[in-house]
Write a protein that binds this ligand. Structure first.
Ligand SMILES: Cc1cc2nc3c(=O)[nH]c(=O)nc-3n(C[C@H](O)[C@H](O)[C@H](O)COP(=O)(O)O)c2cc1C
Length: 186
């Protein structure tokens, strides 16, 4: 199982969570390829062919990002726009990534309790991630249960180290539950 982690953090230097996750997962270069989109494309001109070839070489693709305005930072959206072209990313029968696994690793500043119809954020994370679910469905990938951490500002150094360890275990697992199963309520 070869995993590609596409990292989309506009300011990794000031990051605590994503930086500690990356520090840990870089210990597994044979199993995990880390590709930092903001570092690779400071001019935002994405090399579509390179991105498509890189994605094809892996079985599992993970989008890793901090939750910004209930979504991903914009360069990841541009990656989707540019790379998932008709004929490659999708056709009437899925696309070239069909059959691969797609995962999300997201650091979230808010509290999980607020991501609820009666909480401050009104919607569950499951609901807010529905565009990724629909995208995965269209391109024919299997969306995995996301790896998340909430309350990022309140996390101690020990908690960050522990989260990073759990993240590498998640990435290295042979089997990860599907997106739907994580949110099944019955
Ligand atoms: C521009 C911006 C938008 C943000 N939007 C949200 C948001 O919609 N929901 C949320 O829970 N946290 C939000 N946050 C907080 C980030 O999710 C949090 O700072 C980040 O995940 C921490 O990870 P890091 O240490 O790797 O930067 C936002 C932060 C910034 C800078």
């Amino acid at each position: 199982m070869k995993t590609l982690v596409l990292v989309a953090h506009p300011n990794l230097n000031n990051s605590r969570v994503n930086k500690s996750w990356l520090r840990e997962i870089k210990n597994y270069p044979d199993q995990i390829t880390v590709h930092d989109l903001y570092a690779a494309y400071p001019d935002w001109r994405i090399n579509v062919q390179n991105e498509q070839e890189l994605a094809m070489k892996h079985d599992r693709i993970i989008f890793q990002f901090p939750f910004y305005w209930y979504s991903s930072p914009p360069l990841l959206k541009k990656w989707l726009d540019d790379v998932l072209t008709y004929g490659w990313g999708y056709t009437s029968k899925g696309g070239r990534l069909r059959g691969k696994e797609l995962g999300l690793a997201i650091s979230i500043g808010g509290s999980e309790i607020d991501y609820h119809p009666e909480g401050g954020d009104l919607y569950t994370i499951h609901e807010l991630l529905s565009p990724f679910h629909a995208t995965s469905n269209l391109i024919g990938t299997q969306l995995l249960m996301p790896f998340t951490i909430f309350d990022t500002d309140d996390k101690s150094e020990e908690e960050l180290v522990s989260s990073a360890r759990q993240y590498s275990e998640y990435l290295l697992a042979d089997k990860i539950a599907s997106f739907q199963s994580r949110y099944r309520t019955n």
